[in-house]
Design a binder for this molecule. Structure first.
Ligand code: CA
Length: 239
């Protein structure tokens, strides 16, 4: 475990847990994030990450997928199992594209493929933290449709009274759909309003997350009843 001292540009510093087994990347990223004013704690494997998560509170986790022992997916799953709603940004190798869908199902919020520009990582972190701290005040405390109950205050989704793992991004996406139910929502609008940054040019991102959300809440995900595709225009929530 390594602590990095931030330069104090932000007060109070947002706390980031960096889980990365490659020493050079751990050091470089840790230093860079600290230089940006974040309070960074580094873990070199999943075990250390769990210890730290149990002992301290963090605002965000940067999580490498390929770790010795427990891999990043398992770490992410465990974070959600423990009921921690903090944003998780996963780092994957280029060959792990298929892992995106797996990771989203386990509750990750965003992905970055290695190698990446540090500026891109910083932009994603900023966006996730902004989103994480955005008030859900306009949303109702809970909303029920079909077998689905969404409890926004507890950041919890239940289907047939069984809890379902959703990421904070998926919850926000669902909240946005609920707030705008009956409206056709284009992918660009969803990217702007839910993701909050336009660094990612691919609207396919929206489709991937909608598909993941459907897997979790739709009785029949291949024939969605609540999050409906509107041909050439986007999506509409009919809950
Ligand atoms: Ca690794």
């Amino acid at each position: 475990m390594t602590g990095f001292v931030g330069s104090g540009l932000r007060a109070p510093s947002r706390r980031i847990l960096l889980v990365e087994d490659e020493p050079s990347l751990r050091l470089t990223l840790g230093d860079r994030l600290a230089a940006e004013g974040y309070a960074v704690t580094a873990a070199e494997d999943g075990e250390q990450a769990f210890e730290l998560l149990a002992a301290e509170s963090f605002d965000l986790v940067v999580l490498d997928v390929m770790l010795p022992g427990i891999d990043g997916f398992e770490v992410c799953r465990e974070i959600r199992r423990r009921g921690l709603g903090l944003p998780v940004l996963m780092l994957t190798a280029r060959s792990e594209v298929v892992d995106k869908v797996v990771g989203l199902k386990l509750g990750a919020d965003d992905y970055l493929t290695k190698p990446f520009e540090t500026a891109e990582l910083l932009a994603r972190i900023e966006a996730l933290l902004r989103r994480g701290s955005a008030p859900l005040a306009e949303s109702p405390e809970s909303y029920v449709f079909g077998p689905v109950r969404v409890d926004f205050r507890r950041a919890e989704v239940r289907v047939d009274d069984r809890p379902v793992d959703v990421s904070s991004l998926e919850l926000r996406l669902l909240a946005y759909f609920i707030e705008h139910r009956g409206e056709v929502l284009g992918r660009d609008r969803l990217l702007d309003e839910v993701w909050g940054y336009d660094a990612q040019p691919v609207t396919r991102t929206v489709d991937v997350h909608v598909a993941s959300l459907r897997q979790k809440i739709e009785p029949n995900p291949s024939h969605p009843r609540y999050i409906v595709t509107v041909h050439r225009r986007g999506y509409r929530f009919d809950g």
